[in-house]
Design a binder for this molecule. Structure first.
Ligand SMILES: [Ca+2]
Ligand SMILES: [Ca+2]
Length: 181
């Protein structure tokens, strides 16, 4: 079955299936940003990042800004409202500079930090999932407020937006993550 999955249709989908829930968060809506994580916009793009970010802006750690263990600083913290209890897959729209610039450390609430990324798609915006493995269990979240932190692990990385979705078959496409199931 082909189904257009626009954000506006989330309510309808939620009504159709009690288990399906999805939220989209723009990187630039972070509650807190610590340098060298920094805001960039379509109007004043970095040389190594395109003009095609959703919401017209993104967060980035510029190439050469430094990364652990030399520099432990640099994160973006998000306070999100999860609509329903469930197992959530986290999709992020990212742009990686290369092998040494293709990951964040991801932390949800007080859970142990995990590796996000390390995939081999460079120089273009693309969607990356956590957990990456199709066999791995999604992140269990109760309805309500949660904290998501993207931390500096390698410089030369950019984060446009991210999605939390309970639907395992969901795959975001394009700029804002609207997708076919
Ligand atoms: Ca890497
Ligand atoms: Ca954005």
């Amino acid at each position: 079955m082909q189904m257009k999955f626009h954000l506006a249709a989330v309510a309808a989908l939620a009504a159709a299936s009690a288990q399906a829930a999805m939220i989209t968060v723009e990187a630039e809506s972070a509650a807190e940003v610590e340098a060298p994580m920094a805001l960039a916009t379509n109007a004043v793009p970095a040389a190594d990042v395109g003009h095609t970010a959703s919401g017209g802006a993104w967060l980035q750690i510029p190439e050469g800004a430094g990364n652990p263990p030399k520099l432990e600083k640099g994160f973006a913290r998000f306070e999100i409202e999860v609509p329903a209890d469930g197992g959530y897959y986290l999709w992020a729209r990212v742009l990686w500079g290369g092998e040494c610039s293709n990951s964040f450390t991801l932390q949800v609430d007080d859970a142990a930090p995990v590796l996000f990324g390390e995939d081999p798609t460079f120089g273009t915006w693309h969607w990356v999932r956590y957990p990456a493995s199709r066999m791995a269990k999604p992140v269990q979240l109760a309805a309500g407020r949660h904290t998501v932190v993207f931390r500096n692990r390698e410089d030369g990385v950019a984060l446009d937006s991210f999605i939390l979705a309970t639907e395992k078959r969901f795959t975001p496409v394009g700029l804002s993550g609207s997708a076919g199931l």
